[in-house]
Design a protein. Structure first.
Length: 183
């Protein structure tokens, strides 16, 4: 069994449990010591990840997230770690059993005051939220299929806040590539 990376993510994840996968991120990052800061790789090696059960596709930087670390705990998907253990990406899809909209889903599942979010965008077809705490940025986006009882297509990303500017373009590309996006 591979050693899990360690960081002080407990506070962020306990309060920012929008999706149950975020609790998994807590367990991944809560047991190792702080690591020496590294740099992002020069080649991101962008690839497309597919969740065939739901038709979800998303571009992700395989040059950063080269270590698959099991299936997502919710729905269907995959969890990835960066080689240096400082970042986690979870891509997954799930049924929208309650017929939630992005707004109603956040209303039911956000476990912190909205004022504690650094950014929040909610439309009829998706939400994207982020929060910063204890040296980490947690970003979550979910796209909602428009058909009744359709699917929710998501990714959760945790990365060092000290490298926020370097991650901006990466987060944007992952976010914009998440499909299906309707509306």
């Amino acid at each position: 069994m591979r050693a899990r990376p360690k960081t002080v993510l407990v506070t962020v994840l306990v309060t920012f449990a929008v999706l149950s996968n975020l609790l998994l991120v807590q367990s991944l990052l809560a047991s190792a010591s702080a690591q020496v800061r590294g740099r992002l790789p020069e080649s991101f090696d962008w690839q497309t990840f597919l969740v065939p059960e739901f038709g979800t596709t998303v571009d992700y930087p395989a040059g950063i997230f080269s270590l698959p670390d099991g299936k997502a705990d919710i729905g269907a998907g995959q969890r990835f770690n960066s080689a240096d253990g400082r970042s986690v990406l979870i891509i997954y899809s799930r049924e929208n059993e309650d017929g939630d909209t992005p707004a109603s889903y956040l209303e039911k599942n956000l476990r912190m005051a909205r004022s504690a979010l650094d950014s929040e965008r909610v439309t009829q077809s998706f939400f994207a939220i982020s929060s910063t705490a204890q040296g980490l940025i947690l970003y979550s986006r979910c796209n909602f299929s428009s058909d009744a009882g359709g699917a929710i297509h998501c990714f959760d990303l945790v990365y060092p806040s000290a490298e926020g500017r370097a991650w901006d373009a990466i987060v944007s590309r992952i976010s914009r590539s998440l499909r299906p996006l309707e509306g």
